[in-house]
Design a protein around this ligand. Sequence first.
Ligand SMILES: Nc1ncnc2c1ncn2[C@@H]1O[C@H](COP(=O)(O)OP(=O)(O)OP(=O)(O)O)[C@@H](O)[C@H]1O
Ligand SMILES: [Mg+2]
Length: 371
Amino acid sequence: MSETDVSLRGLTKRFGEMVAVDNLDLDIPRGGFFALLGPSGCGKTTTLRMIGGFEEPTAGTIELAGKEISQQPPHKRDVNTVFQSYALFPHMTVAENVAFGLERKKVDKAERKTRVAEALELVELGSLASRRPTQMSGGQQQRVALARALVNRPRALLLDEPLGALDLRLRKQLQLELSQIQRDVGITFIHVTHDQEEAMTMADTIAVMRDGRIDQLGSATDLYDHPRTAFVANFLGNSNLINADVVSNSGAFAEVDADGGARLKVPSEPVAAAGSAQIRIGVRPEKMTLEAANGKAQQGESNALLGHIVDAAYIGLATQYVVHTDGGADLQVFVQNSANGTSALEEGDRVVVGWDPEHTFVVEREEPNAG
Ligand SMILES: Nc1ncnc2c1ncn2[C@@H]1O[C@H](COP(=O)(O)OP(=O)(O)OP(=O)(O)O)[C@@H](O)[C@H]1O
Ligand SMILES: [Mg+2]
């Protein structure tokens, strides 16, 4: 899986003054499920269209399987694209829709039949081969579109928000099916989405894109547990971010002063990587614990901040608290409700917010346009 399939170097697209894709360097591993994740307008579709050959780069190169393809027309490139709108031919049956590309490529009839049957089997539509798209649900139509792309056995499959038009339940179901299909066929999938949960459910590797650039690339757990920018920390899930000044950094943990002077421990490596004494530290709300502040001394190894509860919302599986710390920060703390009934803590209570120093991540203090 370490082999690179699609390699982008200095890839840039300008529309007049507008820079849609900004000097992008990206290596997409072979045979994996890769997601390009980012907010609307960040340049995802433009990047995918350049890989597919539907948009000409202003600068930079695109390699597929080690060969430069930037100058090739779309039909010469060994990639296929599945769009949000299925663009099926309404007057053709499902089987005819899937066979269309093979006919154009002059694949002979017997092989065509086998490959169409295989592709339809893969998306579990074998029994609906003679239906027309207009007689099918949105999810079924999108599976036909997928079969139509896979039947060509492309080196890489490009998917641009292919589940965007489906309702939530169907989208969830197709997310699981898509990742299963990817594992079955072993083709490189490059999936574009603005939905962080969708990317996290399906992809082995996620590139988080912002303003035409890649902010961070990694597995879902990498990005969630060790976000390196405030943008990534807020785009994937919820985060508490607190300004902190580095006091010392030697050994496994750095010491920082945060939140009106509280001394906290933070893993040393990301502090060193940030390269500044003025950082922001982050903790996920579910990684924090909440206890009544009853004057007893803190347990040594845990980070702790004192404050009071300003909001408590019971949502069944958890209670979501907002704690206003004595240092002036508002922290979200999610406490799982493993016992029946509401917890003993309520608005106005003095509390200690605690967390394991290991669960602290570090981002830069100053960051433009962090969401
Ligand atoms: N043909 C075009 N002419 C001018 N500007 C364009 C063109 N296509 C895209 N853009 C601009 O380039 C930027 C990136 O667009 P793109 O479609 O790649 O975003 P996206 O990440 O796919 O967004 P979404 O999630 O909304 O689909 C946007 O600001 C968009 O307005
Ligand atoms: Mg788009």
